[in-house]
Design a protein around this ligand. Structure first.
Ligand SMILES: CC(C)(COP(=O)(O)OP(=O)(O)OC[C@H]1O[C@@H](n2cnc3c(N)ncnc32)[C@H](O)[C@@H]1OP(=O)(O)O)[C@@H](O)C(=O)NCCC(=O)NCCS
Length: 184
C-alpha cells in the first residue's frame, strides 16, 4: 500500500532499508534537533526493522520515497528512499497521534518534500485512521521544521521549557497541534 503526495510516496519500511536508516542516524546534521537516543550498529537497525510488528493503528512508520533525481518535479522516473514519517501513539478512543519526520538525504532538503510528506501523512491520519488531531513537539530553534508545520496548518499550543539539550544548552520546545479540518 502506498500513500501518495504530490511528489512523494509513502510506503512501509523493509529490512533492506537498514543501511540508509543507519547512515542517517549517524549524521549529526540530520540528527541535530532530534531525540535520537544512542546510535545503534547496523545489525541492530536491521534486526529492529525485521522484528518490529507490521504497521498497526498505534504505530504507522512510513518511508518517504522521492524522485531519484532531487530536481525532478513529477512522479515519473526512479524513486529513492529519502526519509521517514511516523504517526505513533494513536488509539481509536483517543483520536490523536504524534507525528515525527525527518529527511536523511540532505541533498533533498529545501525542495518542499517534507511539507508534501507531512501533508500526505496527516491526510492519511484524518481520512484512513479517522483521527481528530495530530500533535508533535519541535525545538524552538528548528526553523525549517517549524516552517513546514506552519505551512501545513499546525499551530503552537504551548511551550515546554528546557526539555532538549544540544551543545551544552538547554532549549525549549513548542507543542503543536493540527485538528481535523485544519490541514492546508
Ligand atoms: C526539517 C526538515 C524535515 C525539512 O525538510 P524539507 O524538505 O527541507 O522542508 P521543505 O522544503 O518542505 O520546507 C522547508 C521550509 O523551511 C524553510 N527553511 C529552511 N531552512 C531554514 C532556516 N534555517 N531558517 C528559516 N527557514 C528555513 C524553507 O525556506 C522552507 O520554507 P518555504 O517553503 O516557506 O520556503 C529537514 O530539514 C530535516 O529532516 N531535518 C533534520 C531532522 C529534523 O529536524 N526533523 C524535524 C524534527 S521536529
Amino acid at each position: 500500500m502506498f500513500v501518495t503526495g504530490e511528489r512523494v510516496r509513502l510506503r512501509a519500511m523493509e529490512p533492506e532499508d537498514a543501511e540508509a536508516l543507519w547512515r542517517w542516524n549517524h549524521d549529526p546534521e540530520v540528527m541535530r534537533w532530534m531525540d535520537a537516543g544512542y546510535a545503534q550498529p547496523l545489525a541492530r537497525v536491521r534486526a529492529w526493522l525485521q522484528e518490529r510488528p507490521r504497521n498497526g493503528y498505534d504505530d504507522v512508520l512510513f518511508g518517504i520515497e522521492a524522485p531519484a533525481d532531487p530536481g525532478a518535479g513529477g512522479a515519473g522516473g526512479g524513486r529513492r528512499l529519502v526519509g521517514l514519517v511516523r504517526l505513533s501513539g494513536a488509539a481509536p478512543e483517543i483520536g490523536c497521534a504524534d507525528l515525527d519526520i525527518y529527511l536523511g538525504e540532505k541533498e533533498y532538503w529545501g525542495r518542499g518534500l517534507a511539507t508534501d510528506a507531512v501533508r500526505a501523512a496527516c491526510r492519511y491520519g484524518f481520512e484512513a485512521m479517522r483521527l481528530h488531531k495530530v500533535t508533535l513537539t519541535v525545538v524552538v530553534e528548528n526553523e525549517a521544521a517549524l516552517s513546514v508545520y506552519r505551512k501545513v496548518g499546525f499551530v503552537e499550543e504551548g511551550r515546554l521549557r528546557e526539555v532538549f539539550r544540544r551543545d551544552g544548552r538547554w532549549l525549549d520546545k513548542y507543542t503543536m497541534g493540527l485538528l481535523e479540518g485544519e490541514l492546508k
